[in-house]
Design a protein. Sequence first.
Length: 398
Amino acid sequence: MGNLGKKNLFIELKNEKYVITVGEYDEEFNLTILENKTFVSKGIKHGKIFDLSETSKSLKSGLSEIEDKVNYVFDNANVILNTDFDCVNISGFKKLNGNQILSEDIAYILNDLKMKIVDSEKNKSIIHIFNTKYEIDKKSIKNLPIGLHGNFYIHDLSFFLINNNDYKIINQLLNKCNLNLSRFILKSFIDGVGVIKEKKRETFFLVKIDKEHSHIIFFLESAFCYYEKFVFGSDIILKDISKVCGLDIKIVNKFISDIDLIQEENLSQKFLDKKYFTNQKYRKISFEHILNICNARIDEIIDLIISKNINLKNFDKKNLNLYIYLEDNNLLKNLSHQFKKRVNSGLSVETDYNFEANQENTAKIFSELISRGWVKEAIPVTKKKKSLISRIFSLIFE
């Protein structure tokens, strides 16, 4: 591996900030973290670069600080993306008439499907391709079925794409910092791999609820095959409390951080302290009333994301795991149990998974995906090259 013995740079673009991580591989391709630091940048919002000049200025400053600490000047960077992206699921097939499935058959299907995506999505770039499902004569096969006999073969692929403008501006950002792009990976992919490693589950739903947005991803037998973003987050719960109770949103944030609705008993007999009613008349507002407001909104959130989401109607949710992550630690403390209790889709729900507990894990998972690859990924796309399809085949069949 070319990066062995060298210091490697990882940059994650987040909401109004970015994370720089520096690591070094040992002989077994394990990454040791040398530096990890978060920097604020007003040019980034929700992982998207809105002000290239501001972001490059901030990144140059942060990069200079990190390079001084590790005594190394970088010329390449691996980028972790939190930006918007699209997921396209598509199937190809081959009539076998009792013959064996050959590598050439699968190569043809992959090439054909990729060309269909490229032709139909001219304003987007492919980031990831996953082998989602193999099926021979309506029977699912776990591994690539080269050499097996059958009459009809179906191969499902999941393509993940970003807008070409986003791809271009990331390259521009790196170039302004004298960096070249080595590889970029979607943070949602890394999150899913993190769940697989920690929870030892290959098929699951993962819901991340940020303050302003929510996301759901689905992994099927280790293949990332579904993603959806919603334009609401946990802030709508706080805004509901503010509106119904007639309290300023800052006051709501304050008492939500102070009280613990889960540990409290006799909620109907517990009331907000008078100290929260600054510059307004005191009113008796019970903890039970606050919790009822939260539950009503939680029910709506769960319905929109999981229970009544028509895009998930073809997914068999019985006996699958659902991991829910709340970015707001105060709501995680107060309402994680409520989220878990109010999901009634036959899913096994956990709400204790924390993606932000250890920022270093993101870079370590990224490094493993670079050095070892991923079992269901058809190709890790770095840049557009004429030899792209040949690299797809070599990664799948070698």
